[in-house]
Design a protein. Structure first.
Length: 204
């Protein structure tokens, strides 16, 4: 719910390797979320869903759960299965540079292959990333890495979306009384507020 069209496009493009399809998905997701009824060039609003005889219509609001993505026009079961492990509708949407998977890192603003490789190289060497500036040698007086966008603007953009610590954890517990019973799911977002953890939200 907090990522923009460019970030969605970058995420799906990296995940699928298909620029056209990723553009369509980014725009249909944005059209599902926004409050207007004007479709983007590759997007879809209410009329397109009705014409396609789809069972669900855009809510013109935030996604309550990731499962709702399956109702977005252009989303296939295969794409949903590939994308859903990296997405959530809970928490602050901060991306941990030390632990985030590659498709999530690639969606960050200003992220290039060179910057991504820099992060992965630091990880593989066992070096902890202590700040966004640490992944940009020029910010520390070093030599610029070819293919890496630099400057304070890019650093500020990533700073707004990234962190170097895991401060929140989403915990999902699914249980059922018997094999035929409908499963019950508890989703809790836990914040590491020292000296103790705090449950920020719970949803059954």
């Amino acid at each position: 719910n907090l990522v923009n069209e460019t970030e969605l496009q970058a995420f799906f493009s990296f995940l699928l390797g298909d620029y056209s399809k990723s553009t369509q998905l980014a725009q249909t997701i944005m059209d599902w979320r926004d409050v207007d009824s004007m479709p983007r060039p590759s997007g879809a609003e209410r009329d397109a869903y009705i014409k396609a005889e789809m069972l669900a219509l855009p809510t013109n609001g935030p996604f309550r759960e990731i499962e709702e993505l399956q109702n977005v026009m252009g989303m296939t079961p295969e794409i949903y299965a590939a994308a859903s492990p990296y997405l959530t509708t809970h928490g602050t949407a901060q991306v941990n540079l030390n632990t985030a998977p590659v498709p999530v890192l690639r969606s960050l603003p200003g992220m290039t292959d060179a910057t991504l490789n820099r992060i992965l190289q630091m990880r593989s060497q066992g070096r902890r990333i202590t700040s966004v500036e640490a992944i940009f040698p020029t910010a520390q007086g070093g030599r610029r890495i070819a293919g890496q966008l630099g400057g304070q603007i890019v650093i500020n953009q990533i700073n707004a979306r990234a962190t170097v610590d895991t401060r929140q954890l989403e915990l999902t517990i699914t249980s059922r009384v018997g094999t035929q019973a409908t499963p019950t799911k508890l989703i809790a977002v836990i914040a590491n507020n020292k000296p103790q953890a705090v449950v920020l939200s719970k949803q059954w």
